[in-house]
Design a protein around this ligand. Structure first.
Ligand code: ADP
Ligand code: F6P
Length: 320
């Protein structure tokens, strides 16, 4: 193995730069050449390869986003697109590839490995924390800290006006961000796709809380259950509360990565390069308890990551 390439693909997340930096510097220290491919699989198809030196990744560990840029590529899902990408990997003499991205990007990585024999290792990067096999993905901690800052701010104005706020958070079909931010933000209720909810019960609870003297209510809505605007209408109409809606949107994906994400990304990047030397292929690096481990992409993509039931119990208990 002489030359490896690295891409960031799918939804970006804070910590991707830290992961690229770690891959580049670990690889160079082990005598490898490293190429960065711009814009994920799109750039792989279009031949956007550039050699990366140690200085190219200076001063990026603290920056959100990804300096290699990211993209979603429908064409890469087709055989025609994949063959074009393979041609470019061969043209640039790439011996192995590291893919940093979410569930979809890892699916693409597995296709390259299984169908075309490319030596690939994946690094889980997505704010959603929906990737099986790893306790945490890169970007999750930063996104949660961003959400919590927003909830705290909304709390101030909500308390001043005795209002009920519905705050919609990202996560695609996964309720992790919603659940954790509800716990850490002291919300009255959380709506997530994994657990059936009863709107009437939540309304009763909020009424009771107001009667007990509470001056505001915060309800966290995971985007996977629907629009906070739609739920807001129901809470306003049936509950009679003065309701306001905040959709946090893409601000959850940006910002300087936390210490946790910088160190997780750095460990994962270094580990990904090391395991390539040990012959890893079709694997994903993962954080399990406190250690770096390898999980087969086949298993990652087959299984669904479950929410910890004790966290669900805690959220319910503490909001009562
Ligand atoms: P994320 O990686 O954040 O989950 P996406 O689901 O959009 O984001 O996936 C990113 C890219 O990965 C897609 O645009 C596509 O190029 C590639 N990809 C996703 N699923 C597949 C698949 N089944 N086969 C090949 N490539 C895929
Ligand atoms: O997967 C990360 C994520 O931010 C999801 O939480 C969200 O549903 C989606 O990406 C948004 O995608 P886009 O950036 O294409 O709007």
């Amino acid at each position: 193995m002489k030359r490896i390439a690295v891409i960031t693909s799918g939804g970006d997340c804070p910590g991707m730069n830290a992961a690229i930096r770690s891959v580049v510097r670990t690889a160079i220290s082990k005598g490898l050449e490293v190429y960065g491919i711009e814009q994920g699989y799109k750039g792989m198809i279009e031949g956007k390869f550039k050699k990366l030196e140690s200085k190219d990744v200076a001063n990026i560990i603290q920056r959100g986003g990804t300096f290699l840029r990211s993209a979603r590529s429908e064409r890469f899902k087709t055989e025609d697109g994949q063959k074009e990408a393979i041609k470019n990997l061969e043209r640039f003499n790439i011996d192995a590839l590291i893919v940093i991205g979410g569930d979809g990007s890892l699916r693409g990585a597995n296709v390259l490995c299984k169908k075309y024999g490319v030596k690939v290792v994946g690094i889980p990067g997505s704010i959603d924390n929906d990737i099986y096999g790893t306790d945490m993905s890169i970007g999750v901690d930063t996104a949660l800290n961003t959400i919590i800052r927003c909830i705290d701010s909304i709390n101030d104005t909500a308390s001043s006006h005795d209002r009920t706020f519905l705050i919609e958070v990202m996560g695609r079909n996964c309720g992790y961000l919603a659940l954790m931010s509800a716990i850490a933000g002291g919300a009255e209720a959380v709506l997530i796709p994994e657990v059936p909810y009863n709107i009437e019960r939540i309304i009763e609870k909020i009424k009771r809380r107001y009667e007990e003297g509470k001056t505001r209510s915060i309800i966290i809505v995971a985007e996977g259950v629907g629009s906070a605007y739609d739920f807001g209408k129901v809470f306003g109409m049936i509950g009679g509360f003065e309701t306001r809606i905040t959709v946090l949107g893409h601000l959850q994906r940006g910002g300087s990565p936390t210490v946790f994400d910088r160190t997780l990304a750095t460990r994962m990047g270094a580990f990904a390069v090391e395991v390539l030397f040990d012959g890893a292929c079709g694997d994903m690096v993962a954080l399990q308890k406190t250690k770096m481990e390898l999980v087969k992409l086949d298993e990652v993509l087959l299984k669904r990551k479950e929410l910890d039931p004790t966290l669900l119990e805690i959220a319910e208990m503490l909001s009562n």
